[in-house]
Design a protein around this ligand. Sequence first.
Ligand code: SAM
Length: 273
Amino acid sequence: MTGKADDERFQRGAYKYAAYLETPEGRLRADLAFGNLQDFLPLPRAEHSLCALDLGCGTGATPVRLARLGIHVTLLDSSAEMLDIAKSTAQEVGVTGMIALKHGDAAKLASLFPTESFDVILCHNILEYVDEPCAVLRSAASALRDPFSIISVLVRNQAGEVLKAAIKDGDLAATKHNLTAEWGQESLYGGSVRLFQSDSLRTMLKAASLEIIAERGIRVVADYLPSRVSREAEYERVFELERKLGSRPEFAAVARYKQYFANRPGPAIKDFA
Ligand SMILES: C[S@@+](CC[C@H](N)C(=O)[O-])C[C@H]1O[C@@H](n2cnc3c(N)ncnc32)[C@H](O)[C@@H]1O
C-alpha cells in the first residue's frame, strides 16, 4: 500500500500538490493546522533559537511560515520535486538563511539527525504514507530536545471519511465501509491513504513515549457547506468557525483531519520549573 508507489506519486505530483494548497480546502487545512500550531509553540529559549524539523515537508508552505517567526527549520522529504518547490518558496519569502533542506526517508529519521535536537517536530500528513507510522513516531520522539519540545501530528481521520461519504458523496455503501476502513482513497493522486482512528493514534503516541497535550479537529463542516456559501468570499468566516469547532472535542471527533500536540515528558522537566 505504501513505499515506492507513494514515493513516485509525490515525485511526479509535487506541482499538483502545490496547486491543491491554493484551493480553499487546501488553504483551510494548512491555515487551521498552522493556527493551532501557533497556540502550542514552545517559548523562545534564552540559550538558542528554536529549531524545528518538518517530516514530509511537501512544498514547504508550513516550514516557511515557521521560519518567518524566527525558527530555524529543517525540511525533510523523500521527493526531490517537493524540496525544489520548498526551496523556491523560501527564496521568494526571503528565509533561505533559516531553512535547511534534506532529501531523505522519514523511516530513517533515527540515523539522519542526532537525538534530542529539535524543539518542534511537524508530522503533517505523512504517517498516511509510511510503512510503519509507529516507528516514525518513536524516532521523532527521540529527536525532541526536552519536555518543553512539542510534536504536531496531523492525520486523516477515519470518522471524517464516514461523514464525507454520507454527506458529500451520498454513498451509503461507502459510508458503511468507512466505519471500519483502514485505507481511504486519495482524491488528488488516486492512490490509497491510511486512515486513523483517534484511539489508535493515541495508542501509537503513547507507545512512542509521547503524552498528548491537546487535540484539534480540522475541517469539521467546511467540506459540507452548501454551494451558496462561497468558499472564497466567506473564507475568513469559515476559518474562524472551524477554529471554534475544531477545539471542541465533540466536533473534532468527526473532522476530516485531526491534529495532535504531544511532548515527551521526562524527569528533566523539574529542572526547568
Ligand atoms: C500529503 S503531503 C504533506 C505535505 C506537508 N506536510 C503538508 O502538510 O502540506 C506528504 C508528503 O510526505 C512526503 N513523504 C511521503 N513518504 C515519505 C517518507 N517516507 N519520507 C519522507 N517524506 C515522505 C511526500 O513526498 C509528500 O511531500
